[in-house]
Design a protein around this ligand. Structure first.
Ligand code: ADE
Length: 249
């Protein structure tokens, strides 16, 4: 998988050298390149923003550097991947569709993703029109219903969620199947040794006996039940509308 990130703050993406993603990069499973949007400006001040047309607070990102950056990133990517390969262009944006585990799963099959990190009030709308007209597949994706200062933190989160699903990146692929959200529910509670733990205030906390039974069928059933209970308590929205509302199935 190839990933490009276009940003005004390349240093913000430094954590992508670390841990699992760093290892995936070193092993050649992921090729990740960070680009500075200001390299695509041509004035003395390397200007990327201007005041909003029509007035209003803050600044808007100018279209010219973005168009040039996309063309350069596309040319460079196609040198390695082939001229027939096109990227998915992702704009992290609080006004986008929610980025969820299903999104991560879908994107983990992409050969090439370009993340475009907006800052300030946002990017001139004509950039999206230009890309759509040029035939790019584009997605606006939101990390959640809150506003960050820019797309960089969202890219860190999205990249981690996507790259760990790329085959070979996580050593034990089974752990991806069992985890929260992989089946639309929250993960069941986890325990390890000691089976009876004396906590710091002297309470003996026993792990559920069933986990010591060796009966894998019953353990799986107990875990499923715990998943449903936990999801109902913490995230009832994930279980969908309750049954028994009289509506036909
Ligand atoms: N940029 C600013 N806020 C964001 C959010 N919530 N999700 C994705 N990108 C953003």
């Amino acid at each position: 998988m190839r990933l490009d990130v276009i940003t005004l703050f390349p240093d913000y993406l430094a954590p992508l050298e670390l841990s699992l993603i760093g290892k995936a990069r070193r092993e050649g499973l992921v090729d990740l390149v960070v680009h500075d949007l200001r390299d695509h400006t041509h004035d003395r001040h390397r200007t990327v923003d201007d005041t909003p047309l029509g007035g209003g607070a803050g600044m808007v990102m100018k279209p010219e550097p973005w168009a040039e950056a996309f063309a350069a990133v596309r040319d460079r990517g196609q040198e390695g991947l082939g001229a027939d390969v096109e990227p998915l262009i992702v704009f992290p944006n609080p006004a986008g569709t929610p980025f969820v585990q299903a999104t991560a799963q879908e994107w983990s099959h992409c050969e090439w993703i370009v993340f475009a990190c907006g800052r300030y009030e946002g990017i001139d709308e004509r950039v999206y029109e230009h890309l759509a007209d040029a035939g790019y597949e584009i997605a606006l994706a939101s990390l959640g219903d809150y506003v960050l200062n820019g797309g960089e933190v969202a890219v860190l989160a999205m990249t981690e969620a996507v790259v760990r699903l790329v085959p070979g990146v996580v050593g034990n692929a089974e752990s991806l199947v069992e985890e929260s959200h992989s089946d639309g529910m929250l993960e069941y509670p986890l325990y390890t040794r000691p089976a009876a733990w004396h906590d710091p205030v002297g309470v003996v906390r026993e792990a559920p006996g069933i986990l010591l039974s060796g009966d894998h069928g019953r353990i799986a059933a107990w875990r499923r039940e715990q998943s449903v209970l936990r999801t109902g308590r913490r995230r009832p929205d994930l279980l969908g509308p309750a049954d028994g509302d009289g509506a036909p199935d």
